[in-house]
Write a protein that binds this ligand. Structure first.
Ligand code: DGI
Ligand code: FE
Ligand code: FE
Length: 195
């Protein structure tokens, strides 16, 4: 299927702001793929599709998730913000027939991250933080880190998200914590190896 087909499809599934975000994440993902030597077409596609289910009704998200045979854990049940990523991965796989597991996983884990992410997964996770329309306080720091050291950028993004959730007394998904610890562990071992 042509990329433009997916752009039009995504456009019909969300409001204008979210559509602009999707296009920007797709562009950022391509730029990161270029920087780190990942597959640009996979990055482009995963980027445009990553929030495909963000603006559908919650009961539809849950229906798609259950149709995909996925059973939500307790944190996921309690955190409806996590549903669009899981539903989006099922939608891409089952409805759009995208048969590339790396693309499907990049969509599924774009919100929480997880341990041992592939390069494509890391790129989509990070692209979501640096898309052109983002304007939170430290976005310029995040953009610089993203092109300088992908893992360092992820750690920065994760610590921002995790602190924010904790401040609001919201549940933190174990995949987000695993992702944080995994990257920290790999960075620390790398530093040790250099000594
Ligand atoms: O879909 P976007 O808005 O582009 O961004 P996203 O998919 O990263 O979703 C961000 C939302 O998800 C934000 O409100 C925080 C929430 N979130 C991210 N990680 C976790 C989380 N919510 C819970 N409860 N637990 C998490 O680990
Ligand atoms: Fe999202
Ligand atoms: Fe997003």
């Amino acid at each position: 299927m042509e990329f433009d087909y997916y752009v039009q499809l995504i456009k019909g599934r969300m409001g204008e702001r979210r559509f602009i975000h999707s296009v920007n994440v797709s562009d950022a993902a391509v730029a990161l793929a270029e920087r780190y030597g990942a597959d640009k077409e996979k990055a482009r596609l995963a980027g445009i599709l990553h929030d495909s289910c963000k603006e559908i009704p919650k009961d539809e998200m849950l229906q798609i998730i259950s149709d995909g045979g996925i059973i939500l854990d307790a944190t996921e049940k309690a955190s409806s913000k996590l549903w669009h990523a899981i539903a989006g991965s099922v939608y891409a796989k089952q409805t759009l027939n995208i048969d590339d597991d790396d693309i499907i996983n990049a969509i599924r884990y774009h919100t929480t991250g997880r341990a041992d992410m592939s390069l494509l997964e890391k790129i989509i996770f990070t692209a979501d933080f640096i898309s052109d329309e983002r304007d939170y306080n430290d976005v310029e720091i995040m953009r610089e880190k993203a092109f300088n050291d992908l893992e360092d950028a992820m750690l920065f993004g994760l610590s921002f998200t995790i602190s924010n959730l904790a401040d609001k007394r919201l549940p933190i998904h174990r995949d987000a914590i695993d992702c944080y610890n995994d990257i920290l562990d790999k960075m620390t071992n790398l530093t040790k190896a250099k000594l």
